[in-house]
Design a protein around this ligand. Structure first.
Ligand code: AMP
Length: 214
């Protein structure tokens, strides 16, 4: 069973997908995480994607397809939550053609106001070692710049700069409408407000997921 979580950058998709793993065992397949891993490894795919990602653009579909195909193959038979994929109609169609026997059961759309996204993204800080996420104002670490969980120095994502954030939001605004229509036409689109308390948002998502699984 495959569900999709979509939303603009900074909407909290990754966090909610992690919570779905903890509560229901959904495996998170995140194309953003997969690309960042390749960039860190300096693989040929990573080297090709590095500049595109830093500037906030989209990585070519063929590279993304290859990564998603491998991840879905590895998780066959398990419940999967796709985070950051599909990001355009070609990707949505590719996903459908890959999974004729186990089609997507739902698309959960996290909706967040533009100004809230800018504030979240520009203050976001990450731990490069344990992947914990902080925010300089909204979820500040106890010691500025230091991870509460493992003591490593926090970093800012290359694409969380003002210029990249603008590009990412523009691309999202252009590409999300057709994806919404795509899943609406299949009767499996669910919109959720991504603003407010994380656990309240998760309660709403949990109710949708439980409805999806019957
Ligand atoms: P994310 O962590 O989902 O915000 O993704 C970070 C970056 O990875 C995006 O801004 C894109 O450059 C790239 N990326 C992630 N998923 C995709 C995708 N499905 N298609 C194209 N590029 C992607």
């Amino acid at each position: 069973m495959i569900a999709v979580i979509m939303g603009p950058p900074g909407s909290g998709k990754g966090t909610q997908a992690d919570l779905l793993f903890k509560k229901y065992g959904y495996l998170k397949v995140s194309t953003g995480d997969a690309i960042r891993k390749q960039i860190k490894l300096k693989s040929s795919v990573g080297n090709l994607a590095q500049d595109i990602v830093a500037k906030g653009g989209l990585v070519p579909d063929d590279i993304i397809f290859q990564m998603v195909r491998i991840d879905l193959e590895a998780s066959k038979g398990k419940m999967v939550i796709l985070d950051g994929f599909p990001r355009n109609i070609a990707q949505a169609e590719m996903l459908e053609s890959l999974n004729r026997e186990h089609p997507v059961t739902g698309c959960i759309h996290l909706m967040v106001d533009h100004n809230v996204l800018i504030e979240r993204l520009s203050g976001r800080r990450l731990c490069p070692i344990c992947n914990a996420t902080f925010h300089i104002h909204l979820a500040a670490p106890k010691l500025a710049g230091i991870c509460d969980k493992c003591g490593s120095g926090l970093i800012q994502r290359d694409d969380d700069t003002e210029a990249s954030i603008r590009v990412r939001l523009e691309i999202y605004n252009e590409s999300s409408a057709p994806i919404i229509e795509f899943y609406k036409s299949r009767g499996i689109y669910f919109a959720v407000s991504g603003e407010g308390d994380q656990s309240d948002i998760f309660d709403e998502i949990s109710a949708i997921v439980e409805e999806m699984t019957g």
